[in-house]
Write a protein that binds this ligand. Structure first.
Ligand code: ATP
Length: 434
């Protein structure tokens, strides 16, 4: 499918089927903000759960955190965000649109004029006031990344968990950036979700763990169904690196408009802990009782976008094929990501089929996120489930009342198998395990 068509088809599907809605749509929308609908909230949650499972649950060396979105301005002063978290902003003198200077070629994308102002630094942090008084003393910022929560809690986590480097602190949550030019659907928005982990290591192990995390993170996207040829790891050139970073690599996905970053993996040395240590006066270091050595750990940070990755998974899964001479849209989402894992479809919405369907649903709901769809022809209902990526449909027909069996249909192959209701849960569990 041509790239523009693919993008349009995915955006349409998101709106039509309830994945993503423009925010405040009844008021005409609001500046590139989006709401995640009944299916979007499930898909996004599954992306975040898959990340958490791989980064926290299945590891012995990583613990979780959920830090405040509003926090002391001192955090942002010490981290360098107040001074440096800026994009270069230019104004078009002709049509007065504003642009990020590094995203345009000296020419206003709206009107074509080359009469632009000089670039000035525009800070991307959202500013607000904490408390009832709006003065300089009550200024607060919405976090533009989740990472600082891990640095400022380093000592708390070390003390309470008794971890020793190498170990990590992981967090999933909202971040806010006053992006000059948001766009490409949810690729760049002002409110978004991140999945970040700070991995603290002995200083001489930094390069080893940087390579390790680059490999791990690439493998995560591939394991969840993105074709390797649609992914690449792009190492930053030395002149692209932030001043504190020894190495950085981006995991990039081939979006319909070209390669775009899904995740940045940065070897941040001891920059952050040192900065917070100096600004707060607290010792943010590790004392190794076995060697008597005291050191500030180095940090490797895999920082991914949850909302941006969700969009990549949708684009990668989108397909149109022909089944029994009929064209269908199908999302080949990994089974772990699919919003609904199982749909229960009674052939007729009349009793006693509906009653039996509810009984089956009640059992399956304990284990899987399920949909129950009773309207329109069974063929139409299969198409509807294919279009939202439901891996299995369970059809309950009139024979089911006699033989206590149901039909299980596979989204990808469209193969159907007759399964006894008593064995249905185990059958589905086997299918999800394989
Ligand atoms: P970009 O260069 O695209 O602005 P970045 O390099 O500033 O991104 P990071 O600070 O490394 O991004 O953030 C880590 C991840 O958070 C990004 O790889 C991306 O997936 C996600 N992210 C960052 N900004 C946004 C945004 N405005 N909207 C959606 N996701 C974002």
């Amino acid at each position: 499918m041509p790239p523009d068509d693919l993008m349009e088809a995915v955006v349409n599907l998101c709106k039509r089927r309830g994945f993503i809605f423009p925010s405040a749509e009844i008021y005409g929308g609001f500046r590139s903000t989006y709401d995640y609908g009944p299916l979007g909230v499930l898909l996004l949650r599954n992306v975040k759960d898959a990340w958490w499972r791989s980064m926290v649950q299945l590891r012995e060396d990583v613990v979780g955190l959920d830090a405040a979105i509003l926090s002391s301005p001192k955090v942002w002063e010490a981290s360098g965000h107040l001074a440096n978290f800026t994009d270069p902003l230019v104004d078009c003198r002709s049509c007065h649109e504003r642009w990020r200077a590094d995203q345009i070629d000296g020419k206003c994308p709206a009107c074509g004029s080359t009469d632009l102002t000089d670039a000035r630094a525009f800070n991307l942090m959202f500013k607000t006031f904490a408390g009832p008084v709006e003065d300089a003393g009550s200024v607060a910022y919405l976090r533009p990344e989740t990472a600082q929560g891990m640095f400022v809690n380093f000592a708390n986590v070390l003390q309470t968990t008794r971890k020793k480097p190498p170990f990590g602190i992981a967090q999933v949550g909202k971040s806010f950036r006053n992006e000059i030019t948001p766009g490409n659907f949810v690729f760049r928005t002002r409110e978004f979700e991140q999945m970040e982990m700070e991995y603290f290591v002995p200083p001489d192990e930094g390069n080893y763990w940087f390579t390790y995390w680059c490999e791990q993170r690439m493998a995560w996207y591939i394991d969840l169904g993105i074709a390797p040829e649609k992914l690449r790891l792009r190492h930053h050139d030395p002149d692209e690196l932030s001043h504190y970073s020894a190495s950085t690599a981006d995991v990039e996905f081939l979006f319909p408009w070209g390669w775009g970053e899904l995740e940045g993996i940065a070897y941040r040395t001891d920059y952050d802990l040192k900065a917070h240590s100096e600004a707060s006066g607290e010792r943010l270091e590790y004392f190794d009782p076995s060697t008597g050595e005291r050191y500030i750990p180095h940090v490797i940070e895999p920082a991914a976008g949850a909302t941006r990755s969700m969009m990549a998974f949708l684009i990668a899964a989108y397909d149109r094929d022909v089944v029994a001479g009929e064209e269908r849209t199908v999302l080949h989402l990994d089974k772990r990501l699919a919003p609904y894992r199982v749909a229960v479809l009674p052939l007729s919405k009349k009793e006693p089929l509906l009653e039996l369907s509810h009984k089956v649903l009640k059992v399956l709901q304990q284990h899987f996120m399920c949909d129950l769809d009773v309207t329109q022809s069974i063929g139409r209902r299969y198409r509807r489930q294919d279009e939202i990526g439901t891996p299995y449909c369970v059809t309950i027909d009139f024979d089911s009342l006699e033989d206590s069996c149901v039909t299980v249909r596979d989204r990808d192959t469209t193969d159907q198998a007759r399964v006894p209701i008593d064995a249905l849960l185990a059958d589905l569990q086997d299918r999800f395990a394989s």
